[in-house]
Design a protein around this ligand. Structure first.
Ligand code: DX5
Ligand code: ZN
Length: 223
């Protein structure tokens, strides 16, 4: 059973020189949570922002959930730092942690929500033995590292399989999709079973954040 649809603007596409205002603007425009992409120039070929920026957003007054997507290797040290920095969700790529179960436990034992991220070529079998430790599964519909890429269509089949897995498990796990999500494909992505939608360039690249988020919600209702 799908949960309510959440829209998660990715600040990777925001104007970093005005980050506090940019985060406030999408929240006022109707966003549900803030997607925070952490890249280390090692696990992925790009370098972005770290825990100090997360802490700065909290100090600025951001109260909404911050959804930290770790594209770093190794992950455990940064999990601790992001717990301190006020993250709400922390998701990481299983390939980047030597001890996936332990990393999930670190996040959850601090009272945060934990999730695993599956790259386009990552099998869903990595979820088999940790489903009871997950609050979120993030399906990459692009190869991680950059915004503005095109949605990979084979992701639909994967979302459908994971939706069946979640429903059969009886656990409450959000199913998030990241990469190339736009107003014209979000309906189909929701119909496949996703309930949480990351959108960077589609929202921050648009002239009116509120209209874009509203258009996304309308498309999700139609399917
Ligand atoms: C890429 C990031 C995404 C990125 C998506 O590795 O994980 O969150 O911001 O950007 P768009 O929505 O532009 O594809
Ligand atoms: Zn992301």
């Amino acid at each position: 059973m799908k949960q309510d649809n959440w829209i998660a603007p990715s600040i990777l596409a925001a104007d970093f020189a005005r980050l506090g205002e940019e985060v406030e603007a999408v929240l006022t425009a109707g966003a549900d949570l803030i997607h925070f992409d952490v890249m280390d120039n090692h696990y992925v070929p790009n370098l972005t922002i770290g825990p100090m920026v997360c802490r700065a957003l909290r100090n600025y007054g951001v109260e909404a959930a911050i959804d930290v997507h770790l594209m770093v290797e190794p992950v455990d040290r940064l999990i601790g730092d992001f717990i301190e920095a006020g993250a709400s969700y922390i998701t990481f790529h299983p390939e980047a942690s030597k001890h996936v179960d332990r990393s999930l436990e670190m996040i959850r034992s601090a009272g945060l929500k934990a999730g695993l991220v599956l790259n386009p070529a990552t099998s869903i079998h990595c979820l088999d033995h940790v489903l009871d430790k997950l609050d979120m599964i993030l399906v990459m519909s692009i190869n991680p590292g950059f915004g503005g890429q095109t949605f990979i269509d084979s992701t639909h089949a994967k979302i459908q399989s994971i939706r069946r897995l979640i429903d059969a498990s009886g656990h409450s796990i959000r199913l998030e999709v990241d990469g190339g999500v736009k107003t014209d494909n979000i309906g189909a992505i929701g119909a496949s079973g996703a309930d949480t939608f990351v959108a960077g360039s589609a929202i921050y690249g648009s002239a009116n954040y509120q209209e874009t988020i509203a258009a996304m919600r309308r498309a999700l209702e139609v399917g």
